[in-house]
Design a protein around this ligand. Structure first.
Ligand code: ACM
Length: 492
């Protein structure tokens, strides 16, 4: 394989790639990583952390100008955009923001040999094909969601997944932190949420299945250092059995619910008419907002099947302003949007239809929409009938189905301009380990990443499948347990 081939294997596909096949850059053992802007410090550190173990080179990060090596520069490109120029002596990355520098690092990793991702020293040589890449995202929001309620995942497991999605320019990580089966974040003013609600998970295993606020803050920082903003979700007014088991006063009948370890949905509801419910929500939102630097807080709102419409309306009318009061923009699963005329909250569409009149009306008013259609990009759907993990209520979702749709023209009345981006949720009723996460996420997560990043003009299944096939070499070096879909021409 020549270096130039790597330019044709980038995923997501960049906006513009000019190969310069007459030149190749080779990383020198004494090469430095040169910063001419502090915006690039974290991206440069991340690059060095990845390349030092595999190359065995020191890769010192310096602000001393140099004529050779990897150079990060400030530029006037739009937010998140970057330029990456590779000559025989330098790799120069130019961007106006840390986000753009992170995006360039993701590209540069794929321009190096796959062994650059190894945790142990490899022989090299560490070549990068000559090129000029000018790149920017189609959408500002490219998300991955992990459900840590149905099964709990340790911070190390969450970090592993964050690292994996960061490699594909995902920039939001949505943590589904509360549901019927568990409450997963310490709330200091309501300690039983984790003392009781954080003890159980699907299947009945028990333990301290929650993050302390310090652990959550560490996760947020870890993600930030990879260019990723965390979005915490507390699902309400349904999907709340764990909270209702923790505090009897959150129930209409003042009776604590039993912990729930099954996988049914739609049976729970907070008490809608009690003031204590909104005092509870205020405390939860206040505490999580204080340790969440990102702009968003997700309030769920899906499948409140036992909450009558009038109660659902009354609930959202009181709950949505609490998010705003604590300085955050609300995101909700799309059901909530019928309750408000406010154009600030973001709508996350998850249904299997291609028409939803409430979402279309909201988009027309000005609400932004995140696209997560379940029959396309729910990572927990089985690939085929034979897939052991996963569910199938939205059908089987093979890799081509996860890629072959257009987020900007999928839902009637929701235009390209209305779409904030794409998010790939991973619900974990059947998912209990990192290997399980990876098997369902890879390769479909990369379809979400490409749909969120690459220009629609580059949309092409055979081309995507070919570039996807080339990722296997990297996943094997990284130890990612991926599904070898027969639809993809895997390269070994
Ligand atoms: C959902 O899948 N209930 C958002």
């Amino acid at each position: 394989m020549t270096e130039t081939t790597r330019l044709q294997e980038l995923l997501p596909q960049p906006a513009e790639v000019q190969p310069h096949p007459e030149v190749t850059f080779t990383l020198d053992p004494s090469a430095a990583i040169v910063l001419t802007t502090e915006d690039a410090r974290h991206p440069a550190e991340r690059l060095a952390e990845i390349l030092r173990p595999s190359t065995g080179y020191p890769l010192e990060i310096t602000t001393t100008p140099a004529e050779t090596g990897i150079i990060f520069e400030q530029s006037e490109t739009p937010a998140e955009a970057y330029e990456l120029e590779v000559t025989a002596t330098t790799v120069t990355i130019r961007s106006a923001t840390p986000a753009g520098h992170f995006n360039a690092v993701a590209t540069l990793r794929q321009l190096l040999p796959p062994q650059a991702e190894a945790k142990t020293e490899q022989p090299g040589p560490w070549t990068v094909p000559g090129a000029k890449i000018q790149d920017h995202p189609r959408y500002p929001h490219r998300g991955a969601m992990l459900d840590v309620t149905r099964h709990f995942f340790t911070t190390d497991q969450v970090k592993r997944y964050i690292d994996q999605v960061a490699a594909y320019k995902i920039n939001y990580f949505h943590l589904h932190l509360s549901d019927d089966q568990g409450w997963r974040l310490e709330i200091k003013s309501w300690p039983n949420l984790t003392k009781i609600g954080g003890r159980t998970e699907v299947g009945g295993r028990t333990g301290n299945f929650f993050y302390t606020q310090a652990e959550y803050a560490d996760l947020v920082t870890y993600a930030q250092n990879r260019g990723i903003t965390v979005i915490p979700e507390f699902d309400m007014p349904g999907h709340t059995n764990a909270a209702q088991a923790s505090y009897p006063e959150l129930n209409d009948d003042d009776q604590a619910r039993d912990p729930y370890t099954g996988i049914e949905v739609g049976f729970s509801s907070l008490a809608i008419d009690k003031d204590i419910t909104y005092a509870f929500i205020d405390d939860v939102v206040r505490e999580v907002a204080a340790i969440t630097p990102g702009p968003y807080l997700h309030i769920g709102g899906d499948e409140a099947l036992t909450t009558p419409d009038a109660d659902y309306q009354a609930f959202m009318t009181r709950a949505l302003p609490i998010v705003q009061k604590h300085g955050k923009t609300a995101i909700g699963w799309h059901e909530f949007v019928k309750t408000t005329e406010d154009t600030t909250p973001v709508v996350q569409f998850w249904n299997q239809t291609t028409a939803d009149e409430n979402v279309a009306a909201a988009a027309k008013r000005g609400n932004k929409v995140i696209m997560s259609p379940a029959n396309r990009i729910y990572l927990d759907m089985k690939y085929t009938e034979e897939t052991e993990l996963g569910l199938k209520w939205a059908g089987h979702v093979e890799v081509e189905a996860s890629y072959d749709w257009n987020p900007g023209a999928y839902l009637d009345g929701v235009t390209e301009e209305d779409v904030l981006g794409v998010e790939a949720p991973l619900w974990t009723e059947t998912v209990a380990s990192s290997a399980d996460i990876e098997y369902l996420a890879f390769p479909r997560l990369t379809a979400a990443a490409e749909l969120g990043w690459s220009p629609q003009s580059t949309h092409d299944w055979p081309g995507f499948a070919r570039r996807l096939g080339a990722q296997a070499k990297r996943w094997e070096v990284q130890g990612i347990n991926y599904y070898r879909s027969p639809q993809v021409p895997w390269q070994d």
